[in-house]
Design a protein around this ligand. Structure first.
Ligand code: HPA
Length: 273
């Protein structure tokens, strides 16, 4: 057994000993979205600093706790906030929470993020299902010794973003009167926003959205067999696409404005899972 797996097991056991809730669904609420769901029923909160070996957050606007509770009559684990590559974490640190979810019995994860729109058919405030990704982060959570108890050395990323869950999410969105688009997400290491030339290059590569998160988690999740659904909130048009100033404050403002609808969408999806 690898040392990493021992740490993961310690973190999972720490939580399991302290909760009566055994969720099958995990939700990760990204930049500015960490409060979107409000309070859960039977909510039990675990600040990251209390969980053994958890990476600690550093960026303003990112909370840092796991909340276990009931949402739409289902036991869920909600990560309020996430950690990012640009904060200086290693890719295995970014994978850590996802792998702990797996060891706690989670079967599917819903990841959310704020993203810039490259596709001109998208608008600020849109919700977009991620259909596939392109990874520009120059590392990978699976590099190094494989944790064979979690998954294979050479996992594939076909249907990484479950077609089944995407269809279900579209139905759920329709049910609550929300528009849900679909696109390809390109992950950059950040933390700076892109140049217009980079965005044009990414557009030609086939990307519709750009952001600085999610992909490391998806790779880790697929490696250990979790089913993945990922939703971007378009907080700005990407560099050179619109007239946006591209500031973190602007991103946070849009997330605040759309948090209510995101909660509606997530609840509708969870109700169908
Ligand atoms: N680029 C990268 N990451 C982002 C953006 C963007 O334009 N908007 C929100 N996250």
């Amino acid at each position: 057994m690898t040392r990493e797996l021992k740490k993961l097991q310690k973190a999972a056991r720490f939580l399991q000993k302290r909760t009566t809730i055994s969720p099958k669904i995990g939700l990760v609420l990204g930049s500015g979205l960490s409060d979107a769901l409000g309070k859960l029923e039977r909510e039990e909160r675990f600040p990251w600093e209390r969980i053994p070996y958890f990476p600690q957050p550093t960026v303003v606007g990112h909370a840092g706790e796991w909340v276990l509770g009931i949402l739409e009559k289902k036991p869920v684990l909600v990560s309020r906030g996430r950690v990012h590559f640009y904060e200086g974490y290693s890719m295995s640190e970014l994978a850590f929470p996802i792998r702990v979810m797996k060891l706690m019995g989670i079967e599917r994860v819903i990841l959310t993020n704020a993203a810039g729109a490259i596709n001109k058919d998208f608008s600020v405030g849109d919700f977009v299902l991620i259909r596939d990704h392109i990874n520009l982060i120059p590392d990978n959570p699976l590099r190094g010794e494989n944790i064979s108890e979690l998954g294979p050395r050479f996992p594939n990323l076909l249907d990484a973003y479950s077609a089944r869950l995407r269809a279900l999410a579209k139905e759920a969105a329709q049910g609550v009167g929300l528009d849900l688009k679909e696109g390809v997400y390109i992950a950059t290491p950040g933390p700076m926003y892109e140049t217009p030339a980079e965005i044009e290059a990414y557009r030609r590569l086939g990307a519709d959205l750009v952001g600085m998160s999610t992909v490391p988690e998806v790779i880790a999740a697929r490696h250990c067999g979790l089913e993945v659904l990922a939703i971007s909130l378009v907080t700005n048009m990407a560099a050179g696409i619109g007239t946006d100033k591209l500031t973190h404050e602007e991103v946070l403002e849009i997330t605040k404005r759309r948090a209510g609808d995101l909660a509606k969408l997530l609840r509708a999806i969870v109700a169908k899972l």
